[in-house]
Design a protein around this ligand. Structure first.
Ligand code: ACO
Length: 389
């Protein structure tokens, strides 16, 4: 049995910033209203060349530099996201390719804003059972692409970004100590993002289940979500601490999903603790769904809010409905990394891209020569009715 320690972390926010004043030019709202009701002043928005995959890759690359582990030693990559460009290939598979993590399995995990906590728990269990030694867990989102920019009840809340942690197995006690994961699908309608099933299905007629979604943008019942969130945030913290055999006094920091300052303050009241025990960065980063906890974690480390031997709780809640929490015994001091070292380590990703491109070219040449290993060739042969070896 191994312990899954967090040994690396990294995050990225797109350069473009959209302030509340900018938003007030798009919808009937104001900086004063948004800040007072949510605690948000601005959000980051992905540029035309940025995608969930590129943000996820950048966060993972930064986390690997801190961990000092080469991508070739990573055996599992999980991307928690609701804004993947493709259902398949998964975002995680594309990140695996960009990193050149040739020995890694990779998959996306969908648990909305709770996704990072779910993914962390899955990866920690894979390490605990010794099926893998090193794993990367990423939360990445481009929420700006699934927002209805005419709906002031939702478009003011969300932003884009990614955060990642590297987990490593060790026999030294510490790291991820306990997790609790929960779901209540009966509340699914409270917060929803339809998939892109907009093509009519001829044999089912116009009113088929999937064709009724006109747009794939987020819909939310804000008040109901608010009530749900304040309840499960405090309950999750209590449940996971009980499981870990700890009390709230043993906890140095809680890094919650960054949804709304009022939700967090209300949870603090229920837990009878100061809101200062919660790390919050949503004033500048907003709600980045599955990415919000690892981005906040990175900011907390930069602000010197975490020290070796601290117990830190990550707690998420969101669509599904889903919620969950994880307790981690923090045991690393941020390493000194020179800019030169950082640049040298990035060179390996240029090599990885080159290797990936060569593989693709090799497959295409194989297909042209009629080789049976290439998917293209298999498909073409099947179309011609030829026997495929
Ligand atoms: N600007 C100005 N006025 C607004 C805006 C806005 N952006 N949005 C709503 N209003 C108005 C409403 O129309 C309403 O006006 P009315 O009284 O004339 O009808 C009034 O403000 C109050 O509306 P409420 O919806 O009751 O406002 P509330 O105080 O609940 O705040 C909010 C809305 C911020 C969305 C809040 O409900 C909330 O934060 N809910 C939780 C949402 C959340 O965190 N979701 C994400 C969690 S999970 C995840 O991250 C995916």
């Amino acid at each position: 049995m191994k312990y899954a320690h967090i040994v690396g972390w990294g995050s990225v926010l797109p350069d473009k910033v959209l302030t509340n004043d900018d938003l007030a030019e798009l919808v009937d709202t104001s900086d004063e209203w948004i800040f007072r009701r949510t605690g948000i002043r601005q959000r980051h928005i992905a540029g035309p060349k940025e995608t969930t995959t590129t943000l996820a890759f950048e966060a993972a690359a930064r986390a690997l530099v801190v961990a000092g582990i080469p991508p070739s030693q990573i055996e599992m990559i999980i991307v928690a996201t609701s804004t993947q460009e493709h259902i398949f290939p998964s975002t995680a598979s594309r990140v695996q390719d960009f990193l050149g993590a040739t020995k890694a399995g990779a998959f996306d995990l969908g648990a909305a804003c709770s996704g990072f906590v779910y993914a962390l728990s899955m990866a920690a269990q894979a390490i605990a059972t010794e099926s893998v030694r090193n794993a990367i867990v990423i939360g990445a989102e481009t929420m700006s692409r699934v927002l209805d920019w005419e709906d002031r009840g939702t478009c003011i809340l969300f932003g884009d970004g990614a955060g990642a942690v590297v987990l490593q197995g060790s026999s030294i006690p510490g790291g991820v100590m306990a997790s609790t994961l929960r779901s209540d699908g009966s509340g699914g309608e409270m917060l929803s993002l339809p998939a892109v099933y907009q093509n009519p299905v001829p044999m089912l007629g116009k009113e088929s289940l999937h064709s009724r979604h006109k747009k794939n943008t987020i819909t939310m019942n804000g008040r109901q979500v608010f009530r749900f969130a304040t309840k499960v945030l405090s309950e999750s913290v209590e449940d996971v601490l009980e499981k870990a055999g700890l009390s709230i006094d043993d906890v140095s920091l809680i890094v919650p999903h960054q949804a709304n300052v009022r939700i967090i303050e209300s949870a603090a009241k229920r837990l009878k603790i100061s809101p200062d025990k919660f790390y919050m960065n949503l004033e500048t980063a907003s709600n980045t769904s599955a990415a919000s906890i690892p981005i906040a974690l990175c900011d907390a480390i930069k602000s010197n809010r975490l020290h070796p031997d601290d117990n830190v709780v990550f707690v998420g809640f969101g669509g599904g409905l889903t919620w969950g929490a994880t307790v981690v015994k923090w045991d690393v001091t941020p390493p000194e990394i020179s800019p030169l070292d950082r640049e040298l380590k990035r060179a390996r990703y240029i090599v990885a891209r080159g290797r990936s491109r060569l593989k693709q070219i090799g497959r295409n040449i194989g297909a042209r020569l009629g080789g049976s290993f290439a998917p293209d060739a298999t498909l073409k042969d099947a179309e011609k009715g030829r026997k495929v070896k």
